[in-house]
Design a protein around this ligand. Structure first.
Ligand SMILES: Nc1ncnc2c1ncn2[C@@H]1O[C@H](COP(=O)(O)OP(=O)(O)OP(=O)(O)O)[C@@H](O)[C@H]1O
Length: 661
C-alpha cells in the first residue's frame, strides 16, 4: 500500500536526502556502528533525544495530566509464567520464511506484499506512464533487483486480485500466506526461487533471570502486562473509584524478523501505553465523550478493506459510535484524543487515518481495534494501536494466580440480575481436556454477556460450542461439558472484571513520521543546492532559539551571555552558534535542526540594545529591545502567539542591513 510521499510543501520527498540530513544532524544513528552495527537498533543524538522528550512531555500533559491517569514504571524483565498466561508465549509471533538458496530470512507477509507491489509497479510501467513518472520510478528503483523492476503487463483481473490481497495483507495467517506464495509463484528476487513455507517465529527475547538460570524470562514486548498485574493496587490507590486509567512510558523489545525502514521497525523501542479500565455494563460510555464528538476522523472500516479497497470515510466520532462503526464511546473518545495529540505535535493531518483491524489481524485478546496510521515514505504505518482488550488480561491473570482482579461495587439497593451464566461440568470437563482444561475454562469464564448469549444459541442449535483458545485455536465443547443458562439472582454487591481500552503509542514511529511530515526544501538564494528545513511547531522543536552573533567580535560577548541567561531562566532552550560560518549558513544549519527562531546580535545591539528575531519558516525578521524579543519568544513557545502576531506587533527588520554594517 505505498503512496508517493511528499514534503510539507507538496514537493516529492527525496528519502535519500532526508535520511542523509537526519544522520548528518544526528537525530538518530545506528547503534554500535563502529562495530558494524546491529540491524534494528538505533541511538538518538542530541536533537532526536530532545525531540523525543518534548513529545513525551506533550503526551504526559495531553493524556496523563488531562485525565488524572496513574502513571507507573514497571519492570522490563518478566518471568515466563506471566507471558505464558497472557498468551504471548504461544501467540506473539510473526510468519517467517527463508530463501532456500541463500538462507536469507524474510517476514512472510512483507515478502508477499513486496513482490505483489513490485509486479503492480511493473504492470503500471508496461501500461505506459508519462516520461516524467518513468524517470522518477527508475531513480527510486535503482537499488532494487532486476526481477522486481521488470515491466510486465498483467491481466486486469490479476491486477484486481493483487490489489485485493494488498488491501487485506494483515489478515492472512501463515498457511494462507504460503498458499499465496504458491498460487502466484512468488519468488525471492535474489535467488529466483520460492521461499520455504511460513513458520511462526515468536518475537520475544528470551533470557534467564538470576545466576542459576532456572527462572526463565523475557524482555517485555509491551508495557501493558505490568499495568495489569498492578491493577488491584492501583484500584486501591484510586480509592476504589472507577473508571480510571493507568499509563506507562518505557522501552519494549521485539526480535523483529527483518527490521527495516529506519526507526519504523526496530528491535528496541519506546512505548507510551494507557490502560483505561471501564465497567463493561452500560455500553462503555465515557463521561467526556461530548467534548470530542464533533471531531472528524478519516476512518478505514474493516469491510472496506475486505472488499479490497482502501478508501477512507470522513466521519465525526459521534456519528461513528452512534452508527456502530466504532464499537463504543470510550474507544471513540481515545481515537479522537489521539487525533488531537497528533495535531498538537505537528503531524500533517492529511496524512493521518484510523484503520480498523480485520478479524484475523486482531490480537488474541481484542474485541475491536483501530490503528492510527501515518503516511510516510514507507507507506501507511501503524503508529498507535487502540484496542478494546475486553476483560481478557485481568481474567487470565486472576485465574492463574488465584488473586482477585475485580471491582467490588456496593449497591445502594439490592437488585435482581438476569444474566447468562456459564456452568462448566467439572467432573467430565477435566478428564475430557486434560492439561488444556484450565486454558479452555479461562476463556469460557472470560466471555461477555453477548458472547454467552451466542454460545447458548450455538449449543442449542449444534449441541456444542466452538471456543477460540489462544494456545489451541478453536476447541469444540459439547453440551455434556458446558451449559449456558439465562438466570436471575439478587445482588447486594456487584463484582465485575473491568474491560480495558488500550491506546498504545510507538514513540519512535511517531517521531520519524513527524520529521518526514515537517521536512521540506527551500531554494537557496545563491542558486546552489536546496536547503532542508524541519518546520516543527515550537512546542516540539528540539531547541527553541538560536543565538547568533554577527561575528566573533568581543563586543558581542556580554550580550550573548546575558541573553543566554535570561532565556535559561525563562526555561527556553537556546543554543549559541558563534562559529565562523556566515550568518546564512548558521541559520540554515539550524533550519535543518528545526529551530523555530533565531536571535542576532549585531553592532546596532551594541549601540541601542536592540536585537533581531528571525522566523525559521518565512525567514522574516523583526527588531526590538531585548525584553520585547524575549517576551515574543516566550509567547511563541507557550503557544500564546504565532509569528504572524509578532510581525504585527514589532517592527519588521530587513536582513540586508546586517551585512552592510
Ligand atoms: N518493531 C517496532 N518498532 C517500532 N515501533 C513498534 C514496533 N512494533 C510496534 N511498535 C509500536 O508500538 C505500537 C503498539 O504495538 P502493537 O503491538 O499494536 O504493534 P503491531 O501491531 O505489532 O505493529 P506491526 O503490525 O507494525 O508489527 C505500534 O503502533 C507501533 O507504533
Amino acid at each position: 500500500m505505498t503512496t508517493t510521499a511528499t514534503t510539507l510543501k507538496g514537493q516529492p520527498l527525496d528519502r535519500a536526502a532526508f535520511d542523509s540530513m537526519m544522520r548528518r544532524r544526528m537525530f538518530y544513528t545506528p547503534s554500535f556502528e563502529i562495530y558494524g552495527g546491529v540491524s534494528g537498533l538505533y541511538d538518538y543524538g542530541p536533537p532526536g533525544t530532545s525531540l523525543q522528550s518534548n513529545l513525551l512531555d506533550i503526551w504526559r500533559k495531553h493524556f496523563v495530566l488531562e485525565e488524572d491517569m496513574l502513571e507507573v514504571d514497571c519492570s522490563v524483565l518478566t518471568p515466563h509464567e506471566v507471558f505464558k498466561t497472557s498468551g504471548h508465549v504461544d501467540r506473539f509471533a510473526d510468519w517467517m520464511c527463508k530463501d532456500p538458496k541463500f538462507g536469507d530470512i524474510l517476514r512472510a507477509d512483507h515478502f508477499v506484499e513486496d513482490v505483489l507491489e513490485a509486479r503492480l509497479k511493473g504492470d503500471k510501467e508496461a501500461r505506459g506512464q508519462t516520461v516524467e513518472e518513468k524517470k522518477k520510478d527508475a531513480k527510486r528503483e535503482k537499488k532494487k533487483s532486476k526481477d522486481q523492476q521488470e515491466a510486465v503487463k498483467l491481466d486486469d483481473a490479476v491486477v484486481k486480485e493483487y490489489e485485493e490481497i494488498l488491501a487485506k495483507i494483515d489478515n492472512y495467517n501463515g498457511e494462507e500466506l504460503g498458499e499465496l506464495i504458491k498460487k502466484y509463484d512468488l519468488r525471492v528476487p535474489k535467488s529466483g526461487l520460492q521461499p520455504t513455507p511460513p513458520v511462526a517465529f515468536n518475537l520475544m527475547f528470551q533470557t534467564s533471570i538470576g545466576p542459576s538460570s532456572n527462572l526463565p524470562g523475557y524482555l517485555r514486548p509491551e508495557t501493558a502486562q505490568g499495568q495489569f498485574l498492578n491493577f488491584a493496587k492501583l484500584l486501591e490507590f484510586n480509592q476504589g473509584a472507577m473508571p480510571f486509567a493507568s499509563a506507562s512510558i518505557g522501552k519494549s523489545y521485539r526480535n523483529e524478523i527483518s527490521p527495516r525502514a529506519g526507526l519504523l521497525r526496530v528491535r528496541e523501542f519506546l512505548m507510551a501505553e494507557i490502560e483505561h479500565f471501564v465497567d463493561p455494563e452500560g455500553g462503555k460510555k465515557h463521561s467526556r465523550f461530548y467534548e470530542v464528538e464533533d471531531i472528524e476522523l478519516d476512518l478505514l472500516h474493516r469491510d472496506t478493506q475486505l472488499s479490497g479497497k482502501t478508501t477512507v470515510q470522513k466521519m465525526t466520532i459521534g456519528k461513528a459510535v452512534k452508527d456502530g462503526v466504532v464499537d463504543n464511546e470510550t474507544l471513540g473518545y481515545f481515537l479522537a484524543r489521539i487525533s488531537l495529540f497528533m495535531q498538537k505535535i505537528g503531524i500533517d493531518m492529511s496524512k493521518l487515518r484510523f484503520r480498523q483491524h480485520m478479524a484475523n489481524e486482531m490480537a488474541h485478546y481484542a474485541c475491536d481495534c483501530w490503528d492510527a496510521e501515518l503516511l510516510t515514505s514507507s507507506g501507511w504505518v501503524e503508529c498507535v494501536g487502540c484496542a478494546d482488550r475486553s476483560a481478557y488480561d485481568l481474567t487470565v491473570h486472576s485465574k492463574h494466580t488465584g488473586k482477585p482482579l475485580l471491582v467490588r461495587q456496593r449497591l445502594e439497593e439490592p437488585r435482581i440480575v438476569q444474566e447468562w451464566d456459564v456452568v462448566i461440568k467439572k467432573k467430565k470437563f477435566g478428564p475430557a481436556f486434560k492439561k488444556d482444561a484450565k486454558a479452555i475454562e479461562a476463556v469460557i469464564l472470560a466471555t461477555t454477556q453477548e458472547q454467552r448469549e451466542k454460545l447458548a444459541k450455538e449449543i442449542e442449535e449444534t449441541g456444542k460450542a466452538a471456543i477460540d483458545v489462544p494456545e489451541l485455536g478453536k476447541v469444540d465443547v459439547g453440551k455434556d461439558l458446558l451449559a449456558v443458562e439465562y438466570k436471575s439472582r439478587t445482588e447486594n454487591v456487584r463484582d465485575y472484571t473491568p474491560n480495558v481500552i488500550e491506546p498504545s503509542f510507538g514513540i519512535g514511529r511517531i517521531l520519524f513520521a513527524l520529521c518526514e511530515h515537517n521536512y521540506w526544501t527551500r531554494a537557496s538564494e545563491g542558486g546552489d543546492e536546496a536547503r532542508s528545513v524541519l518546520s516543527f511547531p515550537p512546542a516540539t522543536a528540539p531547541t527553541k532559539v538560536l543565538i547568533v552573533p554577527l561575528s566573533s567580535n568581543d563586543k558581542f560577548r556580554p550580550y550573548i551571555t546575558k541573553l543566554s541567561q535570561k532565556l535559561r531562566s525563562a526555561k527556553i532552550s537556546a543554543r549559541v552558534d558563534d562559529s565562523s560560518a556566515t550568518i546564512g549558513k548558521r541559520y540554515s544549519r539550524n533550519d535543518e535542526l528545526g529551530t523555530p527562531m533565531g536571535i542576532t546580535i549585531d553592532f546596532q545591539t551594541v549601540e541601542d540594545g536592540t536585537i533581531t528575531l528571525r522566523d525559521r519558516d518565512s525567514t522574516k525578521q523583526v527588531r526590538a529591545e531585548e525584553e520585547k524579543i524575549i517576551a515574543a519568544v516566550r509567547d511563541i513557545v507557550n503557544g500564546d502567539k504565532t509569528w504572524q502576531d509578532i510581525e504585527k506587533e514589532l517592527p519588521i527588520f530587513e536582513g540586508q542591513e546586517l551585512a552592510s554594517r
